[in-house]
Design a binder for this molecule. Structure first.
Ligand SMILES: [Zn+2]
Length: 129
């Protein structure tokens, strides 16, 4: 296996994929960045229309309010459906990644991210009872 290095500083630690063009907008290529460089890259890219932090997955800011994000809701529906059919979180992550889904930040889904979405959906379901 090739040894990957951070595209910016060359370190080999905790690399993550960064999509300079979000896959939502047709980006296909990712570069590897270490967490600090990744944060700096996002800092630049997040200026502008990106959702402010704190808006949960499945929602987005619009004007002064928060509205449903249909694309993200669809991902949530798929995650909940996969869980419903008995899939483990890592399996769900693998399935999402294979299908080309990416998180809002343009990175591949990971177990923690999917887990949080499932937890939130469960909470919502409990409140609805
Ligand atoms: Zn780096």
């Amino acid at each position: 296996m090739a040894v990957d290095t951070c595209w910016e500083c060359g370190t080999q630690r905790e690399l993550r994929s960064f999509f300079p063009i979000p896959s939502k907008r047709g980006g296909r290529k990712s570069i590897d960045l270490c967490p600090p460089c990744d944060a700096r890259a996002r800092g630049r890219r997040n200026e502008g229309s990106k959702p402010a932090p704190g808006v949960p997955y499945g929602k987005r800011r619009q004007g002064r309010g928060v509205v449903d994000d249909q694309a993200e809701l669809e991902v949530i529906r798929q995650i909940v459906g996969m869980r419903g059919s008995g899939m483990s979180t890592p399996k769900i992550v693998a399935e999402l990644t294979a299908s080309g889904f990416r998180t809002r930040k343009g990175t591949e889904f990971n177990a923690g991210y999917v887990w949080r979405i499932l937890q939130r959906e469960e909470e919502k379901a409990n409140h609805a009872r």
